[in-house]
Design a protein around this ligand. Structure first.
Ligand code: SAH
Length: 252
C-alpha cells in the first residue's frame, strides 16, 4: 500500500493526526526534501527506509515504491502542504494504477492556508472577495495561455500566487495589465509556519522591491487583494442577529 500524505506547510505539528500515524507505521518514507520539514521524519519507526525525492527522478521514486510493494511493505510518499496543489501526484498515481497498486491520499494543510494564518487573514471577506484564485507564473512548467495572470486579475478576487518568487517584476506588470492598481494591497509570506517565517505587507507595485530588499528569493507566496488590508468589508450574515439560519432564529 502506498499512502500519499500532506506534510503541511512547515511546522512539524501541522501535519494531520492521520498523516502522523501513517508516518509512524511506514516501512518506507519518500519525502519531498526541498520543502518538507525534516523534523517530521523523527516519528519514523526503527528500520524505516527514508528517501529524499529532491534527489530522485519520477522513475526512481516509482522503483522504490514497486520494490516496497513486492516486499509487502507500506510506503508513505510525503508531499509538502497538500499533495493536490503542484504535488505531481497524478503521474505517480497513474503509474501505480497501471500496475494495479493500491494507494490512498491523506490531505494536508496547504501553505496558502499557513500564509493566511501568518497574517491573520480571511481570504473571503463579504463585499470584498468571495473567491480565491490559486495560480502561478509560468516557469519551466508552462501555464496554459487561457490562465494568464492578467485574465485572473480582471476578477479582482483574492489571488494567491505560488512558485513565482523569482518573477515578481513580471507578476506586478501582469497584475496591473489585468486591472489591479499599483497600490492594491499585497503580501509576501516566506516560509509560512516555519520558525524563520517572515511576512511583508506591500502593494502590487512594490512586490519585487519588497522581496529584493528582504532577500526573499524562494519558498514564498504572494497574496493579492483588498483582503490583505481588510480596511472595508461587510459583517457576515451567518452571525447577523437579524438573519435566521437552520440553527438559530433571528432575534435570538
Ligand atoms: N503542495 C504545496 C505546494 C507545493 S509547490 C502546498 O500545498 O503548499 C511549492 C511552492 O509552494 C513554493 O515555491 C512556494 O511558492 C509555496 N510554499 C510551500 N511551502 C511554503 C511555505 N511554508 N511558505 C510559503 N510558501 C510556501
Amino acid at each position: 500500500m502506498i499512502n500519499f500524505v500532506g506534510a503541511g506547510p512547515g511546522a512539524s505539528d501541522l501535519i494531520t493526526v492521520r498523516g502522523q500515524k501513517l508516518l509512524a507505521e511506514a516501512d518506507v518514507i519518500i519525502y519531498a526534501g526541498s520543502l518538507v520539514n525534516p523534523q517530521l521524519l523523527s516519528c519514523a519507526k526503527e528500520g524505516c527506509q527514508i528517501y529524499n525525492s529532491a534527489l530522485m527522478t519520477l522513475e526512481e521514486v516509482l522503483d522504490v515504491m514497486y520494490a516496497a510493494e513486492e516486499k509487502g511493505q507500506m510506503t508513505v510518499r510525503l508531499h509538502t502542504g497538500d499533495p493536490c496543489l503542484y504535488g505531481a501526484i497524478r503521474e505517480q498515481m497513474d503509474a501505480l494504477d497501471a500496475k494495479g497498486i493500491a494507494y490512498t491520499d491523506c490531505p494536508g494543510v496547504s501553505s496558502f492556508c499557513g500564509a493566511a494564518a501568518a497574517l491573520n487573514l480571511e481570504y473571503t471577506l463579504p463585499d470584498v472577495s468571495q473567491s480565491v484564485i490559486i495560480t502561478r507564473m509560468a516557469g519551466r512548467t508552462p501555464v496554459p495561455e487561457k490562465e494568464e495572470i492578467a485574465s485572473f486579475a480582471a476578477h479582482q478576487a483574492t489571488m494567491v500566487v505560488f512558485l513565482s518568487t523569482g518573477m515578481l517584476d513580471k507578476l506586478s506588470q501582469r497584475l496591473i495589465a489585468g486591472g489591479y492598481t499599483a497600490d492594491t494591497p499585497a503580501a509576501i509570506v516566506y516560509k509560512a509556519t516555519w520558525e524563520d517565517e517572515k511576512t511583508f505587507v506591500c502593494t502590487v507595485g512594490t512586490l519585487a522591491e519588497t522581496a529584493k530588499k528582504n532577500h526573499i528569493t524562494k519558498t514564498a507566496l504572494m497574496i493579492i487583494g483588498d483582503v490583505v488590508s481588510h480596511s472595508h468589508y461587510s459583517r457576515s450574515e451567518l452571525y447577523n442577529p437579524a438573519f435566521s439560519t437552520e440553527f438559530r432564529e433571528a432575534g435570538k
